[in-house]
Design a protein. Structure first.
Length: 260
């Protein structure tokens, strides 16, 4: 095993570890876009391997996928064609005008500081055409208030890809001072390669805090709830209405800029 981040440096391995044959995240996103009447131009910021961007393209949208990882972008161009793929940082971008900005799988939470969140929301505000939508799916900071089930013990996962068995041991801790959920993960494989430790973190955003940030940038919140969504249990199904609570592990956001 080589590389600073095993999964993001090896996109095919990432897709093997996190299969999404039903494209739930993209289907949920398309449902939100249709429900709120979004136009065809979509920016998928933090697009990763391009699976969701390509599904939105096949649904008839004009899609730009953006990510910081050149490995992810190369994989997306080769394996999920259709969208335009560009390198960009979600903490500050200028990629044109869109009818929707989509940010899935907690990508928004790589904005660790208030300044970085300002950069993301300011960029979204400038990117969105009148009546445009911001659609996001992310972890819910409020879930960790009094709950320790995800923190009590390391999570161990094993899967096999191309004849090699990979094992990950993941520990989550809450950094209350920085308001971050920190993840330490150690990868081992049965191919004789040395263990590979990795560290990452997500900002813990609380629902009312998120509402405040959005209001500061002139957004009206149309939906903010904990499910059903593509990564909830049970997962979202076509036709499910949006929820009414913000207590679960995930948050699902749809917001629209107020008319200037």
């Amino acid at each position: 095993m080589t590389g600073g981040n095993l999964l993001t440096d090896h996109p095919a391995l990432y897709e093997a570890r996190f299969p999404d044959p039903e494209r739930l995240a993209a289907r949920w996103t398309e449902d939100r876009l249709r429900r709120h009447g979004a136009g065809p131009r979509v920016l998928d910021i933090g697009c990763g391997t391009g699976r969701d961007a390509a599904h939105l393209h096949r649904a008839g949208r004009t899609v730009t996928g953006a990510d910081l990882s050149e490995a992810m972008l190369s994989h997306a161009r080769a394996h999920h064609p259709g969208p335009r793929y560009v390198r960009a940082d979600l903490r500050g971008f200028d990629l044109g005008t869109f009818d929707a900005v989509v940010c899935l799988d907690s990508s928004l939470l790589y904005c660790h500081t208030n300044d970085q969140l300002d950069g993301f929301l300011g960029s979204c505000r400038r990117a969105l055409a009148p009546g445009g939508l911001l659609v996001a799916e992310l972890r819910n900071g409020a879930y960790f208030l009094g709950r320790t089930d995800l923190l009590d013990r390391p999570a161990v996962d094993t899967f096999t890809w191309r004849g090699t068995t990979y094992r990950s041991r993941t520990t989550l801790t809450v950094d209350r001072t920085a308001q971050l959920l920190r993840r330490t993960r150690v990868w081992t494989a049965d191919d004789g390669s040395p263990p590979l430790p990795q560290n990452s973190a997500w900002r813990l955003l609380f629902p009312q805090e998120l509402r405040h940030f959005l209001a500061a940038y002139g957004f009206e919140v149309l939906e903010l709830h904990d499910g059903p969504g593509p990564r909830t249990e049970p997962p979202w199904r076509a036709g499910d209405p949006p929820g009414t609570t913000t207590d679960g592990d995930r948050l699902h956001l749809v917001a629209r800029p107020h008319l200037r």
